[in-house]
Design a protein around this ligand. Structure first.
Ligand SMILES: Cc1cc2nc3c(=O)[nH]c(=O)nc-3n(C[C@H](O)[C@H](O)[C@H](O)COP(=O)(O)OP(=O)(O)OC[C@H]3O[C@@H](n4cnc5c(N)ncnc54)[C@H](O)[C@@H]3O)c2cc1C
Length: 340
């Protein structure tokens, strides 16, 4: 997680609450193990489990799998004191709930970079785990467009989960930008900063956004950048590059900040792949290689070591998978090895 466990659901407001991450650890009998871990950053899988643990205490008050489709005012004597909230339940039934108070917290919509259209082989990273093939795609590849934390995590996940796949990270600059999580800069996330920002003039808001963009926007944790570079370099040493970073050879061309994944794992490609049809390999659709250096023109091509099929990596126990992955990658099928 890119946030301290102390910024859980409650601690900053009510440190003694029974819904804190520490109470969760105590309940799961892992408090001492976590302390020995000496980290402020739980894994996404563990934080997911914490949120489910907290949510379970309210299961009788929350209706999941339903969509609010309309909100209408209830007028009485010329005033509006109540609202009717129309809800479409999971089975399609419409029900109306009358309320005095309504909180709107609908979240954000995923956005693809300009020019990309979602289809069965191109999707936004929020759909990643549901869209990945369940079988072991050892000879196919994928492109991951974007240079933010999600893109870097997706690139690392694909590279680790599919030991035979070529994974291309595509973005419009020369390298991932490190996230600034230094102590002073982190004050932009303090509760009081919300009030400062809210009441600031537009010009100050713009300046604050620009100053502190690298705390969160299109940036990547430094340890993840280091890990990707380590893998990339190691493969160069071994002469079998399959983690490829496609950056501009001229000036940066893309302003994409969202993460899109393009994969050749369409049903047709999977069939072709199983049939050993090399024409469907992603490598055939990569940009042409750079022309040979003038000094080498007319001379035989440099020999690169033949690609060898690698044995699949060690199987990992389920506790290494993020919570969502457990739903999609069932035991006995493809295993994932994400960084967290
Ligand atoms: C890949 C990824 C990684 C992230 N990692 C981190 C991290 O490490 N640290 C961090 O601090 N933040 C992280 N974030 C950001 C964080 O997840 C969001 O800031 C946070 O979830 C926003 O919370 P929210 O409640 O506003 O919206 P959401 O979490 O999006 O919740 C909105 C909910 O409303 C529901 N909804 C919308 N419309 C309706 C409707 N009409 N009827 C019923 N329900 C509706 C949606 O289905 C959704 O469940 C990450 C985000 C992503 C995508």
């Amino acid at each position: 997680m890119q946030v301290s466990f102390l910024k859980d659901l409650v601690t900053m407001r009510t440190p003694t609450s029974e819904f804190s991450f520490l109470c969760y650890l105590q309940d799961r009998d892992r408090l001492i193990d976590f302390i020995n871990h000496k980290t402020m950053f739980p894994s996404r899988m563990e934080f997911h489990d914490y949120l489910e643990w907290a949510a379970a205490r309210f299961s009788d008050q929350v209706e999941y799998g339903s969509e609010v489709v309309a909100v209408t005012p209830v007028e009485s004597g010329g005033t509006i004191d109540l609202l009717d909230v129309v809800v479409r339940q999971g089975d399609g039934t419409l029900v109306t709930r009358r309320t005095r108070n309504l909180v709107l917290a609908a979240g954000l919509e995923p956005v693809l970079p300009d020019g990309l259209v979602s289809d069965d082989r191109v999707w936004h990273s929020e759909e990643l785990l549901g869209r990945l093939p369940r079988g072991c795609a050892t000879r196919t590849g994928s492109w991951c467009v974007g240079a933010g934390q999600s893109a870097a995590e997706v690139t690392e996940h694909l590279h680790g989960a599919y030991p035979g796949a070529e994974v291309c990270a595509v973005f419009g600059k020369y390298g991932y930008t490190p996230a600034d999580d230094s102590s002073f800069a982190n004050r932009i996330f303090d509760p009081v900063a919300v009030d400062h920002f809210y009441t600031a003039p537009d010009e100050v808001k713009s300046r604050l956004r620009a100053y502190h963009a690298t705390t969160n926007y299109s940036v990547v944790d430094l340890d993840l950048i280091d890990e990707l570079y380590r893998r990339h370099y190691q493969e160069k040493v071994q002469g079998k590059e399959r983690l490829r970073i496609l950056t501009p050879h001229g000036s940066p061309t893309s302003s994409a900040t969202t993460t899109a994944c393009a994969s050749p794992w369409s049903p047709a490609h999977r069939r072709a792949h199983r049939a050993g049809d090399r024409r469907h390999r992603l490598r055939d659709r990569l940009p042409p290689r750079r022309p040979a250096h003038p000094a080498r023109r007319g001379r035989p091509a440099l020999r690169t070591p033949p690609r060898r099929r690698r044995a699949p990596g060690p199987r990992l126990p389920d506790r290494h998978l993020p919570g969502d992955a457990l739903r999609h990658l069932r035991p006995g099928r493809q295993r994932a090895h994400p960084r967290h």
